[in-house]
Write a protein that binds this ligand. Structure first.
Ligand code: 9MR
Length: 466
C-alpha cells in the first residue's frame, strides 16, 4: 500500500474516531440512560422491584422511565409466594411484575426456584424421600408458568456456606449436592429457552466460597448438566473492603463456558452518609460495573432495587443503609450514579443539588489559584476531602463578563488520576488534565468537582484557565 495514502487514511480515521467519540459523549450527557449505556456494550442494567412498590407512582416513574432495561422480582417468585401450601400455586404477584416489565420494555430475571430461605415450613417437614419430587414439581410448575416471560432463572440460590461447604438445607439434607443438578435439569425441561443460573453472595471475589462455586460449575459442565450462568449477588459494604480481584473472578467463571451476571448489587455503609463514604461507595459501584464491562460474558448488572426507600439493608443490618444510587427521596446520588455512568462509558451528568451531601471546606493549605492573565478566566483548585487512595477535588472557575467558555488545565505531580468529574468534560493524558465547560456553565462562575486517586503525596496543582 502507498505509504502516503496509508498515513492519510490513518489521519482521517483518527479524525473520524475522535469526532464520533465526541458525539457519543455529547449524546450521553443529554440522553443516555444507564440501560442505554449498558446496551451499547451488549449488556443490560436493571433494578429489582417488589409488588408493594408498584403502587408508588413516583417510584414507578423512575423504574419504568428508561434507566433500567431489566428487573428482578425481589420476593414474588420465591417458593413462599408461589407455592405456600403443597400443590397450591399462586402466580398473581409474579405476573404483576412481569406485566409492569413488559409494558416498560424491561426483561425479567426469575428469582428464585430453590432456596433455603422464604421456604414454606411444609417443605422442611417432608420425609426425605418426598423432597425431590416436591422440588421437581415446584420447579416444573413455576418455570412452566413463567416460560417465555423470564429470560433467566436463579434455579438454585445460595447453596454454599462461607467456608465453601454445602449449606445444610432440606434439599441438601435429602439429596446431597446432587440436588443442584436435579434442579437444573427440571428447570431445563420446563423452560428450555431460559438461561439457568446458580446464584450466591460473597462469591464476588476470589476466596473459599467462590472456589466452591467454581468447582461446582466445573463439575456440572463436565457432567453435562444444563447450567448457563453464575449470578454474583454483590451485596457489598464499604466497611469490609472491596472483594478481591472481582474481574479476575468473573473471568475464570466465564472461561468455564458460562455467562456471569451481577444480580443483586448494593453497597451499604454505616450511617450516617457523608461525602467520604459516598465517594468510597461510588468507587465500589464503579469497580463492579467496570468488572462486568471488562468481561465479555458478563451479561448485565442488576441493583437490588434502585432507591434507599425500598432497600432491604436497614431492616437486616441495624445502623447501616444508604446502599443504592438513588436516595430515599428518589433523588440520584451524584457520586454513585455518576460513577456508574462513567464505568459504562458515559458522560457524567451534573449533580442534582438536592441530592448532594454538604461537606466542610478543607484547610486553605490545599487551595491554589492561577495567576489571572488579563481578560482570561481564573481557576481555583482545592481538595474537598481525602482518604487513603482517593480524594474529591473541586475547581471554581470565573470568567470575565462577556466571555463564554473555559478550558482549565493542570498537571498532577504525583501520579493522581481522575476517575470521574461532574459539571464539565474531562480528559487526562498522563499527568495532564484538561477540563472544558459543560454546555450550560460556560459563563460567569462555575464549579466543577471530581474524584481522583492518589498515592503517597497529593500535591495540589496550580490550574491554568483559558
Ligand atoms: O429483597 C428481599 C427482601 O425484601 C426480603 O425480605 C429478603 C428475605 O430473605 O430477601 C431479599 O432478597 C434477598 C434475595 O432474594 C437473595 N439474596 C439476598 C437478598 C437480600 O436479603
Amino acid at each position: 500500500m502507498n505509504r502516503r495514502w496509508l498515513i492519510g487514511a490513518i489521519t482521517v480515521a483518527g479524525l473520524v474516531a475522535t469526532t464520533m467519540a465526541f458525539n457519543l459523549v455529547q449524546a450521553g450527557a443529554a440522553t443516555q440512560t444507564l440501560h442505554q449505556l449498558a446496551a451499547a456494550k451488549g449488556k443490560y442494567f436493571g433494578s429489582a422491584t417488589d409488588n408493594g412498590e408498584l403502587s408508588d407512582t413516583a417510584y414507578t416513574a423512575v423504574l419504568g422511565g428508561g434507566e433500567f432495561g431489566q428487573t428482578t422480582p425481589g420476593n414474588s417468585m420465591k417458593w413462599d409466594a408461589t407455592e405456600p401450601t403443597r400443590g397450591t400455586f399462586s402466580f398473581t404477584r409474579g405476573d404483576a411484575i412481569v406485566t409492569f416489565a413488559q409494558s416498560h420494555n424491561m426483561t425479567v430475571r426469575g428469582h428464585t426456584l430453590v432456596w433455603h430461605s422464604q421456604l414454606p415450613s411444609w417443605v422442611g417437614s417432608l420425609p426425605a424421600a418426598e423432597v425431590q419430587p416436591a422440588m421437581v414439581n415446584h420447579i416444573t410448575q413455576v418455570a412452566t408458568h413463567f416460560k417465555g416471560k423470564v429470560f433467566a432463572w436463579d434455579v438454585v440460590n445460595e447453596p454454599f456456606n462461607e467456608d465453601g461447604t454445602f449449606r445444610a438445607t432440606p434439599f441438601y439434607n435429602a439429596m446431597g449436592s446432587s440436588y443442584v443438578a436435579t434442579a437444573l435439569r427440571a428447570a431445563r425441561a420446563a423452560d428450555p429457552d431460559a438461561k439457568l443460573y446458580v446464584n450466591d453472595y460473597n462469591t464476588d471475589g476470589l476466596g473459599a466460597k467462590s472456589d466452591a462455586m467454581y468447582n461446582l460449575v466445573k463439575q456440572l459442565k463436565a457432567d453435562g448438566v444444563p447450567i448457563d450462568g453464575v449470578g454474583f449477588q454483590a451485596h457489598l459494604a464499604i466497611q469490609y473492603g472491596f472483594p478481591s480481584q472481582m474481574q479476575q473472578n468473573l473471568q475464570r467463571f466465564a472461561d468455564l463456558g458460562v455467562d456471569v451476571a451481577i444480580t443483586e448489587l448494593d453497597v451499604r455503609m454505616v450511617l450516617p452518609r457523608d461525602a467520604t463514604k459516598d465517594a468510597t461507595q461510588a468507587t465500589y459501584y464503579s469497580n463492579v460495573v467496570k468488572a462486568c464491562v471488562a468481561v465479555t460474558r458478563c451479561v448485565g448488572v442488576t441493583i437490588w432495587d434502585y432507591t434507599d426507600k425500598y432497600s432491604w439493608v436497614p431492616s437486616v443490618f441495624s445502623g447501616q443503609g444508604a446502599a443504592l444510587p438513588w436516595d430515599e427521596n428518589l433523588q440520584k446520588k451524584p457520586t454513585a450514579y455518576n460513577a456508574i455512568v462513567a464505568a459504562l462509558g458515559g458522560t457524567i451528568e451534573s449533580p442534582s443539588p438536592s441530592a448532594s451531601v454538604s461537606t466542610s471546606p478543607s484547610p486553605s493549605a490545599s487551595i491554589s489559584t492561577s495567576p489571572p492573565p488579563a481578560g482570561a478566566c481564573t481557576a481555583t483548585y482545592r481538595v474537598v476531602n481525602s482518604w487513603p487512595g482517593g480524594f474529591q477535588g473541586e475547581v471554581v472557575v470565573t470568567n470575565p463578563a462577556g466571555r463564554t467558555g473555559w478550558t482549565v488545565t493542570w498537571t498532577f505531580a504525583n501520579g493522581q488520576q481522575v476517575s470521574q468529574l461532574w459539571n464539565g468534560t474531562v480528559s487526562q493524558s498522563g499527568a495532564n488534565v484538561t477540563v472544558r465547560n459543560a454546555a450550560w456553565n460556560g459563563t460567569g462562575t462555575a464549579t466543577f468537582g471530581f474524584l481522583a486517586s492518589w498515592n503517597g503525596t497529593n500535591t495540589a496543582p496550580v490550574p491554568a484557565c483559558a
